[in-house]
Design a protein. Sequence first.
Length: 131
Amino acid sequence: MVAVELLLRLSLEEAGETMRGKLLNDKDPPGIGDLISAARGRLRWDIPKHYTKLERYRHTRNAVAHGRDLPCTPREALDLLQKWGLFLYRRLFIRLGYTHELWSASKGFSTTSDVADFSEEVNDFTPSDDS
């Protein structure tokens, strides 16, 4: 999640969005939720709602950063972090100009999808009922 947060911050800075004042109009640096909102709005990034469901990404990040109990099971935390890891890879490949397909999380990485496909179907590590 730190890498995702860093990518969001740097991408917004490169687009001319400052981390203080202009981005949030206050004196505190933006949190990860603010960065995701700004990336959706100002950068027009596709970050579907399945990434931010129940704000589990934020609660998990804060639990790890502050040494608290996870807000979910360890398996759910691993699935969440893998999903955001794949998001990070997709954004980096897009940034490098890659326009082809990548391995998808669906069916144990036995399928591929477009590099810009952030849909839940191909980015969710939660085991399916038939596996």
